[in-house]
Ligand binder design. Structure first.
Ligand SMILES: NC(=O)c1ccc[n+]([C@@H]2O[C@H](COP(=O)([O-])OP(=O)(O)OC[C@H]3O[C@@H](n4cnc5c(N)ncnc54)[C@H](OP(=O)(O)O)[C@@H]3O)[C@@H](O)[C@H]2O)c1
Length: 346
């Protein structure tokens, strides 16, 4: 067994430190990936700085977003998945592995479940590829969380519309791209400087969430368009109240509305009649979750990248090279980003 370098958390609320770890063998349904680029999410600095979401054991390896090269496939990994030597994007996270550090992204060799590994076309850099996994999974889980299958393909005649509150976030940009592929008319919010980019991704109308009339403007546009508004993805904190205000004014009161909420949902959150509001999270049933991860990465993402209908978003900012840059990258995410994904090259 070989060894490799990892940026690991030695104890709760400590700066990540570079240490060698034993390189694991992939289990039957797993793929060992050599990491070439990493991208970073708010949950990563939360785990480093607050130990939240709870970290089952230390030392721990955090992170979810990887692009790299397939080193080895487990014995049950089928021939359809990328063979050794292939460039791939991988959802590499210890969230569903009881915190086992072999599955955390921030290390040179990481294990990923085969369902979460997607071929990376040559025209997309490792850094752009690494920007995708957790954001793609979160954007797509927002539908299944409220019972909308990923196979949904609304036609223009269906006039089905969706609110995406926080479209310039990493998750939000993928929410816009996926909403278009499911056939929704998209009403999005973002800061004014990001409107043209969000429209390029496919949003039909974009509104500035800092405008005090934002809800009224959205209501006016939705009524004018005569669409059916009963679906929303609240991607960013602060979006639930205005989203419910818009739904209240625009939805058919006899039809149930569905709201996926990506930030943690406080117990005393606002509600609306005949409206289901759910925290956006994959199923805790492993079989259901694995099938959803396969639909997301081997289905939607693989097909979209190959066809060029899905593009990495938002733009990537590479802030360093090598695992010694992981803390700096996490600090950059913590400082706040606008329509940008923080990444490092390895
Ligand atoms: N449930 C899950 O499993 C899960 C998974 C991943 C992420 N999340 C959560 O999803 C959220 C988004 O994550 P992320 O990584 O995509 O975030 P991010 O890229 O770091 O978000 C930054 C963006 O948020 C936008 N924003 C900030 N406040 C806003 C507001 N009040 N209204 C609308 N937009 C606002 C900003 O837009 P402008 O630049 O246009 O101002 C900025 O571009 C976070 O709360 C994260 O914790 C949940």
């Amino acid at each position: 067994m070989g060894k490799h370098i990892a940026a690991l958390a030695p104890e709760k609320q400590q700066t990540l430190a570079l240490q060698e770890r034993d390189t694991p063998e992939p289990g039957p349904n797993e793929i060992l990936v050599e990491v070439k680029a990493l991208a970073f999410n708010p949950v990563d600095f939360y785990q480093r700085d607050f130990g939240f979401p709870p970290v089952p054991a230390y030392p721990a390896v955090f992170g979810s977003d990887v692009a790299g090269i397939v080193t080895k496939r487990g014995s049950n990994v089928n021939g359809g998945s990328p063979p050794p030597g292939s460039r791939v994007v991988a959802f590499a996270s210890s969230f569903y592995q009881n915190g086992n550090p072999n599955y955390g992204a921030f290390q040179r060799y990481v294990l990923a479940q085969a369902e979460g590994v997607t071929a990376l076309p040559e025209n997309i850099s490792f850094e752009q590829g690494a920007s995708l996994p957790l954001a793609v999974l979160t954007a797509l889980t927002a539908y299944t969380t409220v019972g909308i299958p990923l196979s949904t393909r609304h036609t223009p005649e269906d006039k089905q519309a969706i609110i995406i509150w926080g479209a310039a976030s990493s998750v939000g940009t993928l929410a816009v791209q996926s909403a278009k592929s499911l056939g929704f008319t998209v009403y999005a919010t973002a800061s004014a400087k990001n409107h043209s980019y969000i429209k390029e991704l496919g949003a039909d109308h974009v509104f500035d969430y800092s405008d005090s009339n934002v809800a009224a403007s959205m209501i006016e546009q939705i009524k004018k368009d005569g669409v059916k508004m009963q679906t929303a993805h609240v991607v960013c904190t602060g979006g639930l109240e205005p989203t419910l205000e818009i739904l209240k004014a625009t939805k058919d009161s006899s039809v149930p509305a569905k709201v996926s909420h990506s930030p943690l949902l406080p117990e005393d959150h606002p509600t609306l009649d005949n409206t289901e509001i759910k925290f956006n999270f994959p199923s805790m049933d492993k079989e259901v979750r694995d099938a959803h991860i396969a639909d997301s990465f081997q289905g939607w993402l693989a097909d979209g990248l190959k066809a060029g209908t899905v593009v990495p978003s938002p733009p990537v900012e590479v802030v360093g090279q090598g695992f010694e840059s992981v803390n700096k990258a996490l600090d950059a995410v913590k400082a706040g980003v606008s329509c940008k994904k923080i990444a490092i090259s390895i």
